[in-house]
Design a protein around this ligand. Structure first.
Ligand code: FES
Ligand SMILES: [Fe+2]
Length: 399
């Protein structure tokens, strides 16, 4: 049964609810599941670089598993297991010494590769037999990326970005209380902008007419086309497994300076019911005057944002029926609006009750790919070999 047509109430059941289609759970990324194995083939953005200071260690959860993320004194970021292999004390409570980390419970020390290199109360020779899990970690576009799969990681995807002058900036990270796929799917839904983002008017230029959507699977993910009445096409790239590259209007607080930013938008699962929005934008600024105006506006926006309630809290109020959606204003209004409609679908949306139409071509296209890949993985067959994004395929504005 195709996912697109799985709308019959008669066919729905408890087993099919919570993000499942018959035999395929699209939502879970738990280790060992088809979704979990699929996601662990890729480098994933997991944290904003500027939110991790030298000498800092913190607990993180990604795809239902706990880890420790720390930054050594050299500036190197590293992901390791969450618990010390001695007696399972939390590693993030420990001390950073150079680029090594020492457990707070009995002082065992581990290097970046996870090798135990010191055990103050043990005999020499024991340490070399002990290793903690360590995961390839890199930084790029203002974000920390990690590979959680087995074996050698694939080449790091240096996503090609604009070579025009401008500013590359990692945005505030959002913790969104729903399954990651709901938000990744929303990024494939070009029609929602004319309605969800109508209040505040940020997306008015994209709302002059509703595009006809189509998709094409590529060797790096999926290309989506939104054809306008003018014949012009807005082209958006969806890199497997969770990253959308698109040109968007500026958020409300940044309206009026620079052009539209091109964003790299990762939807990274925390667990099956929560995920992160990790966004880096490239805004084109060609002159000193433009750069100065942008930086000034950015300072003002950051001040406004610091004194405004968190986007997710405003969205939660709207989801709970407190406040008026159309009247809500916020420096990150589009983000508030998106969280409200996406998390408002439930922690894991029940896809068996949906009624998909032609405007859902992006969602249908991606679910077909996921379903095929998950089935191959479940049957022990070889999944698709994904390639890194090419430099010459770029998003377009479409007007
Ligand atoms: S639990 Fe970490 S050193 Fe004992
Ligand atoms: Fe949106």
């Amino acid at each position: 049964m195709s996912l697109a047509s799985s709308t019959s109430r008669a066919k729905s059941s408890t087993a099919q609810a919570r993000g499942k289609s018959p035999g395929v759970d699209l939502a879970t990324t738990k280790p060992g599941t088809p979704g979990g194995i699929f996601m662990r083939q890729f480098w994933l953005a997991i944290h904003r670089s500027e939110d991790l200071a030298k000498g800092e260690a913190k607990p993180i959860t990604i795809m239902n598993e706990s880890f420790t993320l720390y930054r050594g004194q050299s500036g190197r970021a590293q992901v390791i297991d969450s618990a010390c292999p001695h007696r399972w004390a939390p590693m993030h409570l420990g001390w950073i010494e150079g680029d090594d980390i020492r457990c707070v419970y009995h002082g065992w020390k581990f290097d970046c590769t996870g090798q135990c290199i010191e055990q103050p109360a043990e005999e020499a020779g024991f340490a070399r037999k002990v290793k903690i899990g360590s995961y390839p970690t890199q930084e790029y576009l203002g974000l920390i990326w990690c590979y959680f799969g087995t074996g050698k990681p694939p080449a790091f995807p240096h996503f090609p970005h604009r070579d025009t002058p401008g500013i590359i900036q990692a945005w505030n990270v959002e913790h969104v209380p729903c399954n990651y796929l709901q938000s990744f799917e929303n990024s494939m839904d070009e029609v929602h902008v004319a309605f969800t983002h109508a209040p505040g008017g940020s997306h008015a230029k994209l709302s002059a007419d509703l595009p006809i959507l189509s998709t094409e699977e590529t060797d790096w993910g999926m290309m989506r086309y939104g054809k306008r009445k003018t014949g012009l096409v807005r082209q958006t790239l969806h890199y497997a497994p969770n990253l959308t590259r698109v040109i968007v209007p500026p958020v409300a607080g940044m309206d009026g300076v620079g052009g539209w930013p091109e964003i790299y938008f990762s939807f990274t699962p925390v667990d099956d019911e929560n995920h992160l929005w990790l966004i880096t934008s490239h805004i084109e600024l060609n002159t000193d005057a433009e750069r100065t105006a942008y930086k000034k506006q950015r300072e003002k926006y950051e001040k406004e944002l610091a004194s405004a309630p968190a986007s997710v809290d405003v969205a939660r109020d709207l989801m709970a029926g407190r406040g008026n959606y159309a009247a809500t204003r916020h420096p990150d209004l589009a983000i508030v609006q998106d969280i409200a409609v996406q998390a408002g679908q439930g922690r894991i949306s029940n896809r068996t009750h949906e009624r998909l139409g032609r405007s859902d071509a992006g969602i249908i296209g991606w679910r077909k790919i996921l379903t095929r890949e998950f089935r191959l993985i479940a049957e022990g067959k070889k999944p698709k070999k994904w390639k890194n994004p090419p430099a010459d395929v770029k998003p377009t504005l479409g007007f």
